[in-house]
Write a protein that binds this ligand. Structure first.
Ligand code: SF4
Length: 217
């Protein structure tokens, strides 16, 4: 018999087959391409990044190319993205990757988190999407979805122990990247700030609609 977590994961994967967002960084991902995308996505909406990312990654397809780029030229190219603060971090991170790791993004959380501008979420995303490892990814959107489904306090943050445990249990073996794409798209399209419970494939597995009903009574 399937556990509740397995049923939720399975339902999300099935939902995603016909609701997948086709972002360019999801095509032929590798650790470097994921790292660049995650830097851009830290403060810029995905739709805007999607317009800019393909030309940037074509122009700088490897850490070496980006590390040796002229900074003034880079600033001009990336002006539409508003990367002013993040640009020196990206350049510094890829320079470290070239100098310290021979041009290979490290496949290790501690080493990733020593790169400028790489925090816990970005490190997890690189390990999961770039290296295809079964690593849970938790951001505030994921927390919103999980606190609703599992009836956890709204005050839970990304480092909450229950959130961490549940996130780990939900990751399907060997399919973490696909599952997280599904979960992130689901948070963006269905379980938004104002959730669309009426059309939600998880409605029978989620405690939130009943809670809302009893709160109103
Ligand atoms: S039923 Fe509503 S609150 Fe629960 S997961 Fe679906 S959209 Fe989110």
């Amino acid at each position: 018999m399937k556990s509740r977590e397995q049923t939720i994961t399975r339902t999300l994967l099935v939902w995603h087959r016909s609701n997948k967002k086709t972002f360019p960084w999801r095509v032929n991902p590798n650790p470097y391409r994921v790292l660049v995308a995650e830097f851009f996505l830290q403060r810029t909406p995905a739709d805007r990044v999607a317009k800019f990312y393909p030309s940037f990654i074509t122009r700088f397809p490897t850490p070496e190319k980006l590390a040796s780029a002229d900074l003034t030229q880079l600033e001009q190219i990336s002006r539409p993205m508003g990367l002013k603060k993040r640009l020196p971090w990206i350049v510094s991170a890829v320079k470290t990757i070239c100098q310290k790791y021979g041009g290979n993004v490290p496949n290790n959380r501690d080493e990733l988190m020593q790169l400028p501008g790489v925090g816990s979420y970005t490190a997890s995303a690189i390990l999961c999407f770039g290296f295809r490892r079964d690593i849970p990814i938790v951001d505030t959107n994921v927390v919103r979805v999980l606190t609703r489904i599992f009836d956890l306090p709204k005050s839970c943050g990304v480092n909450n122990d229950d959130i961490k445990k549940i996130s780990q249990k939900l990751v399907p073996k060997g399919r973490a990247a696909t599952y997280h794409e599904a979960l992130l798209d689901f948070a963006l399209m269905v379980c938004k700030k104002r959730p669309l419970c009426d059309v939600c494939p998880l409605v029978r597995l989620c405690k939130y609609p009943l809670k809302m009903l009893s709160d109103k009574q």
